[in-house]
Design a protein around this ligand. Sequence first.
Ligand code: NAD
Length: 255
Amino acid sequence: MNDDLLHSTVEIMKRAKKVVAFTGAGISVESGIPDFRGPSGLWEKFDPMEYATIEAFHSNPKKVWGMLKEMAIILDRSRPNPAHRALAHLEEMGRLSSIITQNIDYLHQEAGSKRVIEFHGTSKNLVCILCGHIYDRRQVKLEALPPRCACSGVLKPNFIFFGEPIPWGAQLEAKEEAGSCEVMLVIGTSAVVSPACDLPVMAKRRGAIIIEINLEETQLTHYISNWILKGSASEVMSRIVGAIGGSTRPRMGAS
Ligand code: NAD
């Protein structure tokens, strides 16, 4: 990682009035949850385009639940890693306004982050597609598939599949945060899933500095990002927090 760029990142974050993080699957790879791009058992076995579309869910919920059950085992084993904890720490220090995440794994909240905008929903709950009743996923036994509501409707994870609209409230909040930040940290996303990938572009157009943290360059790197800190999310974020460390800013609204 380039130490000069790390130093510049820390200095800019110290001066900025509003810093927002935009995270993707890469931040949770070190927690044991595979992303869509790297080598992984899950997505080699289940092609996301075959299993993660809303058409696939409605036409064969039992088949799609075969994949969701394996995903639930991975999610249940996962724990926040140093990158999730670093973001929670930055918020606690008053240095991070919010996290907009594409992830559905709930690891930001488990790390202690309070203001998390779940752009694609959450795996924490299941929702009945008939009556809308919401269940805690861990309370639902995944024996007979698909799991069903007391009303007999099929239960679906409370995250969106490809082909579904972005939850309205999350979309509004995310646009508001992206459009008003001075710095956006773009962490562990290939930035190809639309419309989430428009958020760094919107932030940049409104004058924000865009800093990518990723193992490799993405389509944002040469057109949108001011620079990239190459490295694993946990290593880079731990170094940023270490360098900012101690300089706590009062939270907005705190007396
Ligand atoms: P992606 O799989 O398209 O890309 C992941 C990116 O993270 C890549 O650019 C990769 O280089 C980078 N990366 C991998 N490991 C990293 C690490 N240790 N440190 C830093 N960077 C790392 O992910 P995406 O852009 O988020 O798009 C995938 C979509 O699938 C998202 O919409 C998301 O909702 C969903 N998804 C979510 C999860 C999850 O909730 N954890 C997991 C897989 C997919």
